[in-house]
Design a protein around this ligand. Structure first.
Ligand code: SAH
Ligand code: SF4
Ligand code: F3S
Length: 441
């Protein structure tokens, strides 16, 4: 019997990359690879990269420098770069780091087995096409390995929105939605393998418009209602949404579909209409606030999460203040905030940049406000009852950690708890980043 080859994958960036890394591991499983968590043991190293900000992209090259050293001890080691840096920079990566054997863009993962064979034969393998064939169909998993209680499932990919700061439309390509039947098949398969919660993924997931069972265009809400009928699936989430694609049926689903969790990530980026316009966001601060009102009318206890960029070109102190005002009004339970990073090839890269110190200072002020809000909302959970899906052991003996309906991490100490349990819990305490709870039944 031949010993299996070992694959080490390091994932950067968003949840879609996490999902893609799983698919790539499965695709290479067919070539006799098993995954390892030790880069030093690997026969193949794949970096699944992110191009969203300069820091993320540059990290890849320092990591490649370290990985290259492993080739001295193991000349057969193959090094590959996947993901959004692969798409954006292509062959340039091999020029900058000749130790790289393989470069594969996000739309070509189903071709990995052939590419791996080519790299094994000592040739450089490069594929950053946007092919016509259905990558997901070709990536269907072979062995039915058991899964943890919570899983990602990509239903939509790419973006047609072209925000002035963002590389995603270039690295992931145009919006494409998977047919509903294929999503449902994959969901049923995940449930058979132990999954109880599915997070539907898309760069603009609420713009989902895959073919429904009769071939007509489906909406994300219709897909959610079909998933609602899957026995054994207990929870549904989705991310990331764009304010302009929050359709009435999706808002209504938040009030009516019990499996749909009361959490919504709805990035606004800025609270200044002047900046939003220059960002090409196609919504205003006011329209976003009215949308939040409608969502809260459908589901009053929904927890809102957002993304913010500070220091976008030409952002003034008054623009920034408008962002703080919007945050004050919405009250986010969770938020991600970033200093604007210039990305080559995007329209905003050509514009007058904000002074870096001013941007740093704004980021700090914004993060302080967000942290205060987050903490208040988290603290307000104490005394309430929620259901927690337990995912892994906690740091203390006999403790398990899981996620509440509102996606808070909850620690419970109870020897009866098993991974995958979904239990009613009373929240009894609130710490820096998590809640403590006690089982109710
Ligand atoms: N599709 C999602 C977000 C994708 S990128 C959406 O439209 O909301 C995730 C987040 O990264 C964005 O929401 C934005 O806040 C941030 N981001 C994107 N490009 C950036 C850049 N050039 N500099 C700083 N942050 C950026
Ligand atoms: Fe980027 Fe805007 Fe598309 Fe989101 S909607 S992926 S921020 S271009
Ligand atoms: Fe990064 Fe690509 Fe995701 S740029 S955020 S890995 S879509």
């Amino acid at each position: 019997m031949t010993t299996p080859k070992k694959l080490f994958i390091k994932t950067y960036g968003c949840q879609m990359n996490v999902y893609d890394s799983e698919r790539m591991a499965e695709a290479l499983g067919g070539q006799g690879y098993v995954e390892t968590s030790e880069a030093g043991e690997a026969d193949m190293i794949l970096l699944n990269t992110c191009h969203i900000r300069e820091k993320a992209a540059e990290k890849v090259y320092s990591e490649l420098g370290r990985m290259k050293a492993l080739k001295v001890e193991k000349p057969d080691l193959k090094i590959g770069v996947a993901g959004c840096v692969a798409q954006a920079e292509g062959a340039e990566i091999m020029r900058r780091q000749p130790a790289v054997d393989l470069v594969v863009g996000p739309q070509s993962y189903h071709r990995l087995p052939e590419m791996e064979a080519k790299a094994r034969a000592g040739e450089k393998a490069l594929d950053t096409d946007f092919p016509e064939e259905d990558k997901f169909e070709r990536l269907k998993s072979r062995p039915k390995a058991a899964r943890g209680p919570s899983a990602f499932l990509t239903v939509q990919e790419g973006c047609d929105k072209f925000c002035a700061f963002c590389v995603v439309p270039y690295t992931r390509g145009a919006e494409v939605s998977r047919p509903a039947a294929r999503v449902l098949d994959e969901a049923r398969d995940l449930v058979e393998r132990g999954v109880r919660e599915i997070t539907l993924l898309g760069q603009n997931v609420n713009a989902y418009h895959g073919a429904g069972p009769d071939g007509s265009d489906y909406t994300l809400a219709k897909l959610i209602w079909d998933l609602d009928k899957v026995d054994g699936l207990e929870r549904i989430r989705f991310t990331t949404s764009h304010p302009n694609d929050m359709t009435d049926d999706l808002i209504a689903a938040h009030g009516e579909c019990e499996k749909l969790m009361p959490y919504l990530h709805l990035p606004v980026q800025s609270g200044s209409d002047r900046v939003l316009k220059r960002m090409n966001r196609s919504h205003k601060a006011e329209s976003y606030l009215r949308l939040i009102e409608r969502i809260r009318a459908a589901r009053p206890d929904i927890l809102l999460s957002g993304d913010f960029i500070v220091g976008f070109p030409e952002e003034t102190e008054a623009d920034f203040q408008a962002t703080l005002d919007l945050i004050e009004e919405v009250k986010y339970g969770q938020a991600y905030s970033f200093k604007y990073s210039t990305r080559p090839g995007t329209p905003a890269a050509e514009r007058a940049q904000v002074d870096a110190d001013a941007a740093d200072e704004r980021l700090q002020r914004l993060q302080l406000l967000i942290t205060t809000q987050q903490r208040m909302i988290q603290d307000a959970m104490v005394g309430r009852t929620t259901r927690v899906l337990f995912e892994k052991p906690g740091r203390l003996d006999g403790q398990m950690v899981g996620k509440s309906e509102h996606l808070h991490a909850v620690h419970v100490a109870d020897p009866s708890l098993q991974r995958g349990d979904l239990r009613r819990v009373q929240i009894i305490g609130s710490g820096t980043n998590s809640l403590q709870g006690a089982l109710l039944d």
